[in-house]
Write a new protein. Structure first.
Length: 206
């Protein structure tokens, strides 16, 4: 992991992984992150197609405190971009992480997707979304982590909840991936980290 301070609005990422200098561009409150060809973050349960080459930007979170991480994600999808995505992550290392994605599926639909990895990855497709961008949110009360999405930043929908088994300090991250296309660019904005949990873990509201 490289030390790489990148600011987006009032938010600061301090480290990066798999990042080429030309792949990231910050303009005021929007950060553009481009993934190169055949980049992904997935630990194949069969051990055949593991790929941990996707570019990531990191900031440290104190997991002994409640927190909520919210980001507006706008992938620049293309017709050939199967599995291209923008994502937010809870990241410990390359074999221990979870991502919440806005991703293009095999039929060209744009879906909310979660992948949770402890040595190997599961892979879960959720709702199809017609909006060009979505808000993604992870929230913890120190005991559980909830995953949510919203099309307007106001009305939130539950995607996934699981036990918070992460260490006292880990990384909150953003990432772009391009497993099938030559490249994929995603725009990230409205990045907010608050040290308080959502009010209702079934609804995801603050």
């Amino acid at each position: 992991m490289d030390k790489n301070i990148i600011e987006c609005g009032d938010y600061q990422f301090t480290h990066s992984l798999n990042l080429k200098k030309e792949a990231v561009r910050a303009e005021r409150d929007t950060l553009s992150l481009t993934a190169g060809e055949q980049t992904d973050l997935f630990c194949d349960p069969k051990g055949v197609a593991t790929n941990t080459s996707a570019p990531l930007l990191f900031s440290t979170v104190d997991n002994t405190k409640p927190f909520t991480f919210t980001v507006k994600v706008k992938p620049l999808f293309t017709n050939t971009g199967t599995y291209s995505a923008g994502a937010i992550l809870a990241f410990v290392d390359k074999s221990h992480w979870q991502k919440l994605c806005f991703e293009q599926d095999e039929e060209g639909n744009h879906r909310i997707v979660t992948v949770r990895t402890v040595e190997t990855s599961d892979d879960n497709n959720h709702e199809s979304v017609d909006s060009a961008s979505v808000y993604l949110r992870m929230s913890s009360d120190t005991k559980v982590i909830g995953n949510y999405y919203s099309e307007d930043g106001k009305n939130w929908h539950l995607v996934r909840i699981y036990k918070n088994e992460y260490p006292a300090e880990f990384y909150l991250s953003i990432s772009s991936q391009s497993p099938k296309d030559k490249a994929h660019t995603c725009l990230f904005s409205d990045i907010i980290l608050e040290y308080r949990p959502v009010i209702d873990f079934r609804k995801g509201n603050m």
